[in-house]
Write a protein that binds this ligand. Structure first.
Ligand code: HEC
Ligand code: HEC
Length: 420
């Protein structure tokens, strides 16, 4: 609160200046009143000399007493007011009242009054709050106050501000992901200048091709390898994005900044740095919970984490295997050969069959390092298959969309192997 009660006056001069003008004005009024209240001596009653309407003239009689007393009262009132309340520059008044202070007092009173209601919703999961009409009305009011200036009153967003009604999520559309976004804020950073010159248009055309938009096929073909080396790290080899860092899906035809080649080239050349503010401190978790539920209820939200990618699920018919790794390690587990036996046998018997490998990690530690670890684990399994006689070109490394988590930590540190 103290942050907000700072005075507007940065130098003492202005306090003096304003106080002087205000007080001089009040004293001036009093003097004027006094001068106009003096009764002329009997002989000195005379006409002022002002003439209206040819025959209407004015004597120098004093103001009526009742009228001047009323005026004196306002002078006294003014002085008392300026002593008690702020009005003279940065002087805060002896009562210490302030408009901001009053606001905080009213807000705290309201918070106390509504605390039981917020408590009730805080204990309910987001999906349940979203289904509650009262909570929805509260959420809508708060959304219009705190979010609409960026996301629009219909929550459909604008250039650079994501649409919150569609199923395209930068950071994930589960109840939990939405709540985390609003609590902690987000900062999507696309670095500038990773490709230059003619390469910009090549890669931009490849990006256009990803969503089936109009593009120049020859340029796109040149852009493909560039994309795979430079852009895939964040947007994924297939361009489907990465919700951990808010790298958008480039294949769905939904654009944060626009679908023109010019806009895409601009993103590539200049980069983007986009920020969603954090609301944890400002609104507190209880209000954020209701807001998250409101966004969840807008129709675009996801039920739960997206289902594991197809690579992870064993296709009907072929055998599959899971290998579990030690924490922080990519060394093959001792039972690797035995675990892989069925897959190896099947691959040897079916020359057309390929083997897909997906590496996973647990959620402890650094995300980038974990993803690298998951990849190393998958590579170790590829080596093991090679050693068992399955040629490298029959093995497909598949990076799962979500590489982290799944069950407990032990279960999470796995490599899934399946025949495709
Ligand atoms: C100052 C502008 C601004 C305000 C105010 C704002 N947002 Fe955002 N919001 C953004 C931006 C910009 C992004 C995208 C961030 C990025 O690209 O990394 C975003 C992203 C989001 C996302 C993630 C969308 C996705 O696709 O994953 C959600 C959810 C969200 N905002 C909800 C809210 C809610 C709820 C409020 C009100 C409490 C709010 N925002 C207020 C600017 C704002
Ligand atoms: C370090 C990670 C990273 C790399 C590498 C990266 N991007 Fe991005 N890109 C992002 C993020 C994050 C955003 C979203 C920025 C935002 O929220 O405003 C983005 C946004 C974009 C957009 C805007 C999408 C839209 O919906 O409007 C395009 C197009 C794009 N990237 C293309 C590329 C291309 C092409 C490359 C390779 C030259 C590339 N990116 C490399 C992280 C990356």
């Amino acid at each position: 609160m103290n942050e907000l009660v700072k005075t507007e006056f940065f130098s003492e001069f202005w306090t003096f200046y304003i106080s002087a003008i205000t007080l001089a004005g009040i004293v001036g009024c009093a003097v004027l009143l006094k001068l106009n209240s003096i009764k002329p001596t009997a002989g000195a009653v005379k006409l002022h000399g002002h003439t209206w309407d040819e025959n209407l003239q004015e004597y120098n009689h004093p103001l009526p007493r009742w009228w001047s007393y009323l005026f004196y009262i306002t002078v006294v009132f003014g002085l008392v007011y300026l002593t008690l309340y702020p009005g003279l520059g940065s002087f805060k008044g002896v009562l210490g009242w302030s408009a901001v202070g009053q606001y905080f007092k009213e807000r705290d009173a309201a918070d106390a009054q509504f605390a039981p209601i917020f408590d009730k919703y805080m204990k309910m999961p987001v999906a349940a709050v979203a289904a509650d009409p009262d909570a929805k009305a509260m959420g809508e009011r708060m959304f219009l106050t705190y979010c609409a200036m960026c996301h629009g009153s219909d929550a459909k967003g604008a250039k650079g501000f994501p649409n919150l009604r569609d199923k395209d999520w930068l950071y994930g559309g589960t109840a939990q992901a939405i709540e985390t976004t609003v609590l902690d804020g987000r900062n999507g950073v696309m670095p500038p200048g990773m490709v230059q010159g003619a390469q910009v248009n090549e890669v931009a055309n490849y990006v256009l091709s990803l969503s089936g938009a109009k593009h120049d096929a020859a340029l796109a073909a040149k852009g493909k390898p560039l994309f795979e080396t430079v852009c895939a790290a964040c947007h994924g080899p297939d361009g489907k994005g990465n919700q951990q860092i808010g790298a958008p899906n480039l294949t769905d035809g939904i654009w944060l900044y626009g679908s023109s080649e010019k806009t895409i080239a601009e993103t590539i050349t200049k980069g983007r740095n986009n920020r969603m503010p954090a609301f944890k401190e400002f609104l507190g978790p209880a209000k954020v919970h209701i807001l998250a539920a409101y966004v969840y209820g807008l129709g675009g939200a996801m039920e739960a984490e997206p289902a594991p990618p197809p690579a992870a699920a064993a296709p009907a018919g072929g055998p599959s295997a899971k290998l579990y790794f030690d924490s922080g390690k990519a060394d093959l587990p001792g039972d690797a050969a035995a675990a892989l036996q069925a897959v190896v046998d099947f691959a040897k018997a079916n020359a057309a069959a390929k083997v897909a490998i997906s590496g996973f990690h647990d959620e402890t530690g650094n995300q980038a390092a974990n993803e690298e670890l998951a990849k190393e684990r998958a590579k170790a399994v590829r080596e093991a298959l090679k050693a068992a006689g399955v040629a490298e070109d029959r093995v497909e490394m598949r990076k799962p969309q979500v590489t982290g988590g799944g069950g407990d930590n032990k279960e999470a540190r796995r490599v899934e192997v399946s025949v495709i």
